[in-house]
Design a protein around this ligand. Sequence first.
Ligand SMILES: [Zn+2]
Length: 248
Amino acid sequence: MTLFDARHLSWPRTRALAEAGAIALLPVGSTEAHGPHLPLSVDVLIAEEVCRRVALRLSRDVVVFPPVAYALTDFAAPFAGTVTLNADVARQMLTGILSGIVGGGFQTVAVVNHHLEPAHFRVVHDAGKAVQAAHPARRIIVADHRRAPTGPKLGHEFMHGGSHAGRYETSLMLACAPALVDEAARLALPSLEIDLPGAIKQGATNFLECGGPDAYFGAPADATAEEGERLFDLLAEATASAIESPAP
Ligand SMILES: [Zn+2]
């Protein structure tokens, strides 16, 4: 149905949309290093594009709120431009934003998070649960595409922890914002097959310690816009079905 950008709405129009059953979407990303070939805004841009594609699939109107561009992002902290918040600040910020959206009258609010650092995703889930507990009559959805059945469809690299600025994210960027991908830098990058979850289990606390001196993992040179389109369809479909499925 129709997508409305909350930044362009008046408050009476917002209230009317909420009362008519529109779904609120909150895109969540980060400001963090994504290799030498991608901008700091990758996670925000991916989250916003997924929101646009979710709106096309839903039977109700959608209001997309301004994206959350800052997050807990300790793994990329050693790289210039990365801005990390501690977990308490990030949790309070997200809880406050979701409470504000619910306060506007929206019955269903979905968080569309594409910053995948595990500690950050925990914070997003915690904030969703806190706001859900405070508003039991509403529905707060935190879509989590890492899980089956969606995760395994997103490719080997995604499932094996190389999904930071590699083939997966670079393909998504080629599909939604190709002008922001430095093609010369991308094509020159050697594949860096590193088991991020394994490195984290062994105590690594940032991308340097994981063996990623340029803040990318996986194979950016293998990325294609066609693959990005397919991935966006999978992500949007998973998020839309999480929203459409009956409350648990
Ligand atoms: Zn990312």
